[in-house]
Design a protein around this ligand. Structure first.
Ligand code: GAL
Length: 423
């Protein structure tokens, strides 16, 4: 009987989601209003963090039922396109994960989101969130999302034994050292650099641009006076071409590429610190690997002293079918308890300044220190510096480059992408 009851409930959940109306109108003590939470955290490592926050939500909200509307694909490569069409059609989920910065500003400017000033006032969030983060999610005095974390994009993950086997004594500090090390690994017979699906190349590109140009010149690329046509950008793109020539066979997504490093098949992978959650979390969610032995990390080459950041944040779309449920979710995402449950598993540090720092160990305590002291640069792939139009044009250009390896063509496409972004 119990099993039947569960499966009927499951069917109700599914049909409620598909039909767009998530209100359970059956009544009675068992009735819950479903809250559709849209993200892309389905994969190993990422789903653990979401589950931790979901458990808190369930404990605190017996009147609501969390409905996981996650769409698979790292960095939201499938989810973001679907979300945009749902919003266009005015069929929003109750809440969705969006990146602080230019990506979210796009949704704000097209009138898709409700202002959350009322929630910021009620929860006194301006006292506990960094001002530079609030600035990224504010338009004309209105704040539009609740940031749950800070991720770092410019991390070089490596396998210490593979490096040793290739005669490399430590992580490369500059792009030139990196290229020399890639060559040494190649000679040792291992994969020098692992890569995943196409978006992971844009992720790699942002680290190579930052490491080649330096922080100020990188940051200038996203201002009104940006110049993508200059010789320094050409040099950075040449570096990208050289580094890519050492890449192994593209894997399906970021997890299998990161796993090649943890398993000792590959030496290096440049990926955000969600990889830490994946490496470190116990088996089932993660790989249960040992830090400093099975994997180690450093700032991606040439970027030491700069934190290339991004932030996952949750929103209240206009017309959310279950607005109260969405607000209940946002309250968990905003809370110290929610952030301290989510982030240690997600591989990120909390957006809140008053989180319990003792929970952030190993890589995460390094990240907290860097966040406090480093210069900042924004991620391209993960929505900080470029709006969706711009990022999509960059992705297309990198996709073509993967085929033709033509630096001049790539640079022309990047010049055009900047010009046509409408940002
Ligand atoms: C980023 C997102 C992270 C992580 C990563 C890989 O865009 O902000 O939370 O999920 O993609 O999927």
């Amino acid at each position: 009987m119990a099993a039947v009851a569960v499966s009927v409930a499951g069917l109700l959940t599914l049909s409620a989601c598909g039909g767009g109306d998530k209100q359970d109108t059956a009544g009675g003590p068992a009735a819950h209003k479903k809250v559709e939470v849209f993200s892309w955290w389905t994969g190993p490592g990422e789903a653990d963090g979401l589950k931790a926050m979901r458990d808190i939500f369930a404990k605190e909200n017996s009147n609501f039922e969390f409905f996981d509307a996650a769409v698979a694909g790292g960095s939201g490569d499938q989810a973001r396109a679907l979300l945009s069409s749902k919003l266009q059609a005015n069929q929003p989920p109750d809440t969705f994960q969006g990146h602080a910065g230019a990506e979210l500003q796009g949704y704000i400017k097209s009138g898709k989101l409700e202002s959350l000033n009322f929630l910021y006032d009620e929860l006194k969030l301006k006292d506990v969130l960094p001002q530079q983060l609030i600035d990224q999610i504010t338009v004309e005095g209105q704040v539009y999302s609740v940031p749950v974390n800070i991720h770092r994009s410019n991390v070089l993950w490596f396998n210490p034994s593979v490096l040793k086997g290739a005669g490399i004594s430590g992580a490369p500090k500059t792009v030139e050292e990196f290229v020399a090390d890639l060559e040494k690994v190649k000679k040792s017979g291992k994969i020098p650099l692992s890569i995943g699906s196409q978006w992971t190349l844009v992720h790699l590109l942002e680290s190579v641009l930052l490491g080649s140009l330096g922080t100020d010149a990188y940051n200038a690329l996203w201002t009104a006076s940006s110049d993508w046509s200059n010789a320094n950008v050409t040099k950075a793109l040449d570096n990208f071409k050289t580094i890519l020539s050492y890449a192994g066979t593209p894997q399906d997504d970021w997890q299998p590429a990161a796993k090649q490093v943890a398993d000792g098949e590959a030496a290096f992978n440049i990926m955000g610190d969600w990889a830490y959650g994946y490496f470190h979390n116990p088996p089932e969610g993660g790989l249960g690997k040992e830090s400093k032995k099975d994997f180690d990390w450093a700032a991606s080459p040439g970027t030491d002293g700069t934190f290339m950041w991004l932030s996952d944040s949750f929103t209240l779309p206009k017309g959310a079918p279950n607005r109260d449920g969405a607000i209940a979710w946002l309250k968990v995402a905003a809370s110290k308890e929610g952030q301290d449950a989510f982030n240690p598993l997600k591989g990120s540090i909390p957006a809140r300044k008053d989180a319990d720092q003792s929970l952030y160990k190993d890589y995460l305590s390094w990240s907290l220190e860097q966040w406090a002291g480093d210069k900042l640069a924004g991620s391209i792939q993960h929505g900080v510096v470029a709006n969706d139009t711009w990022r999509t044009a960059i992705t297309d250009a990198v996709g073509l480059f993967q085929q033709d390896k033509d630096v001049a063509k790539l640079q022309q496409a990047l010049v055009a992408a900047a010009k046509n972004s409408g940002q």
